[in-house]
Design a protein around this ligand. Structure first.
Ligand SMILES: C[S@@+](CC[C@H](N)C(=O)[O-])C[C@H]1O[C@@H](n2cnc3c(N)ncnc32)[C@H](O)[C@@H]1O
Length: 235
């Protein structure tokens, strides 16, 4: 990692209060939300090693459990989230472990602040579904854009809504909780087929259901896809 990038937090000004989302409040109230990596991410780290990955983006890193774990594994990691409090918690955790990773405040509903084709892998657990369907598709395009050919992506998303929650449907497949911690935050619920088709130009390596309520997709960006024009100044 270039020395100047170490620990750098890219500050992206939020354009309007509607950019805020309930997770900011959750992190302010509860502090670090998850203490250990999701078990599947141990397997993901193995797959990343097998594919020769070094630079890994953790999209929606939250308080940092996977950013910390992947940095411990020796990857060069950037954690991205649009909750400033989550990034502060992640930064504190990294410092406590004596680890270095970049952290960027950014909204996945907008272009990601990462260069085209510059990343070997992207990991995103329980994040990209937090938007309306077309926006989720835009995020998926961004994920593909930043991956190098042969780069690996791992995303997990819910395969259903929590039956104990109350919610309303706002478009086919997208639900907004009307109470609870995530009230107001859209949840797009994928079928296995929709998820497998979300990343054209990528080959699905694994698509599994975890614990009955989560889809986990591992895919690799195919070689030979044209690399879009560069975006200078981004990591
Ligand atoms: C369920 S948490 C998962 C956090 C982390 N991936 C993990 O597994 O511990 C969802 C995360 O997505 C982030 N998030 C939600 N909407 C976002 C957006 N539009 N842009 C960036 N991050 C977002 C939240 O701040 C939160 O950290």
């Amino acid at each position: 990692m270039p020395r100047g990038d170490r620990g750098a937090l890219t500050r992206v000004r939020m354009k309007s209060p509607t950019d805020a989302q309930p997770w900011e409040e959750i992190y302010r109230r509860d502090g670090r939300v998850f203490d250990s990596p999701a078990p599947v991410v141990h397997h993901v780290a193995e797959v990343l090693r097998e594919h020769g990955c070094r630079r890994v983006a953790d999209l929606g890193c939250g308080s940092g459990r996977h950013t910390v774990f992947l940095a411990q594994c020796g990857f060069d990691v950037i954690g991205i989230d649009n909750s400033p409090t989550a990034l502060r918690l992640a930064r504190t955790w990294l410092a406590h472990e004596g680890l270095r990773a970049r952290l960027a405040l950014a909204d996945m509903r907008r272009p990601l602040p990462l260069r085209d084709g510059a990343w070997d892998a992207l990991v995103s657990t329980q994040v990209i579904h937090h938007a309306l369907r077309d926006t989720v598709r835009g995020t998926a395009r961004e994920i593909r854009r930043i991956l190098r050919p042969g780069g690996v992506l791992f995303v997990s998303v819910p395969s259903g809504m929590d039956p104990d929650e109350t919610f309303r449907q706002v478009e086919p497949g997208t639900f907004v909780p009307t109470s609870g911690d995530e009230a107001g935050l859209p949840h797009h619920i994928f079928s296995a087929e929709e998820l497998s088709l979300l990343f054209p130009g990528c080959t699905v390596l694994e698509l599994d259901q975890i614990g009955g309520r989560i889809w986990a997709l591992l895919a690799v960006r195919r070689l030979g896809h044209r690399r879009p024009a560069g975006a200078a100044g981004r990591p």
